[in-house]
Design a protein around this ligand. Sequence first.
Ligand code: ATP
Ligand code: MG
Length: 414
Amino acid sequence: MKYKSPRGTRDIFGETALGLSLLEQKAKEIFIRHGFEEVRTPIFEDAALFTRSIGQTTDIVEKEMYVFEDRKGRKLALRPEGTVSLARAFIEHRMDISSPAGKFFYSGEMFRYERPQAGRYRQFRQIGAEIYANSSPAADAEIIILAQDVLSSFGIDKINIHINSLGCEKCRPLFREALVNYFSSVEDLCQDCVRRLERNPLRLLDCKVDSCKFTDFPKISNYRCSDCKDNFDTVRLLLKKANCNFTVNDKLVRGLDYYTRTVFEVRSDAVVSQDALAAGGRYDNLVKEIGGQNTPAVGFALGAERVFLAAQSAGFFENFKSPENFFVAIADQELFGEAFAFAVKATRDGINGNKDISVFGPINGKSLTNQLKFADKIQAAKTIVFAKTEFENGKVLVKNMKDKTQIEVELNNL
Ligand code: ATP
Ligand code: MG
């Protein structure tokens, strides 16, 4: 075989394809119930938009973006995430001025050049939701609860919600300085951490290399200003009131620079792997930073492939039966037109009022034996046979493919 799908991408068939569609459909229903409105943005954008907002020293910008030039030499990037594109659209359509309060959701393909493994692809789908122009900690709590609701609607209840507050421009610099002081005296930092120490010290807490798993590092909780402290207290209080369980994780910093205050990650507990299923947080400066009016916002995104795997191992898709297959066969070639018309009607109206079916056939120019072989191959539950003698009396034969019994049925009754 000469051509293969590019590394980190895949062709999706059968249960996975159906499962991913179902996931999207159910998530949309939940978003709409929470008052969110759908937005679709382009799959590629000006590369600078992402570099600027996600942060020069983040993994996404440093290593993971698909950047290319078009024929006019424009530097474009396949979107690595959805939040920034939505913020760009929000500003471009002057919503920051005309109708700043809004709740939006999106779902679609994202692209990151990463080492592929289970639940980690170079092309993957994210489903996300964002609340604009709402700086209340209630919006943070709503987003976290929304993420939980979407996951639990797929039967994923064994989750751990990790939350943290990264502070604001007043208190974060102090924390940053404390981190630099602390880590400067730590030996054996990995290569990446040595670089991070200079450019983005918060990211050291997030290092995945074992030697960099520190324990007695400075804690953000000792550095938050009183506004940030109150804010985080309220987020936690509201989550508790809504019976949403969470763990405060002072190592959680997230891989994108635009976050302020609340950040969170929903990790699967016992299912599939330790990877995050969903993540998000507050980003009060993003809209302003990319040229809009000051608009605080908070949001999250879930990884559809990972959520699919988690839902599958929670047994969620076992309750979903695929539609029954029906095959339309002809015992006499001259009935092909009649059988064809019946098949068309059956796909439109269902059979016996049952619309949860898939209709196959008729096939022209094949013996009945061969047609029935095909019906077995597609695991048809029933085959409807158009035969001359019966058809002249307004009837067809309905063959049960499992027990091989056969009955005559009035065509009008089907
Ligand atoms: P990770 O730490 O696993 O790399 P991340 O912090 O880069 O995740 P986000 O940018 O927060 O991830 O994206 C939100 C969600 O999108 C993740 O929680 C995950 O479920 C999913 N996701 C991220 N990268 C990939 C990928 N390469 N393939 C599949 N899903 C992904
Ligand atoms: Mg990542």
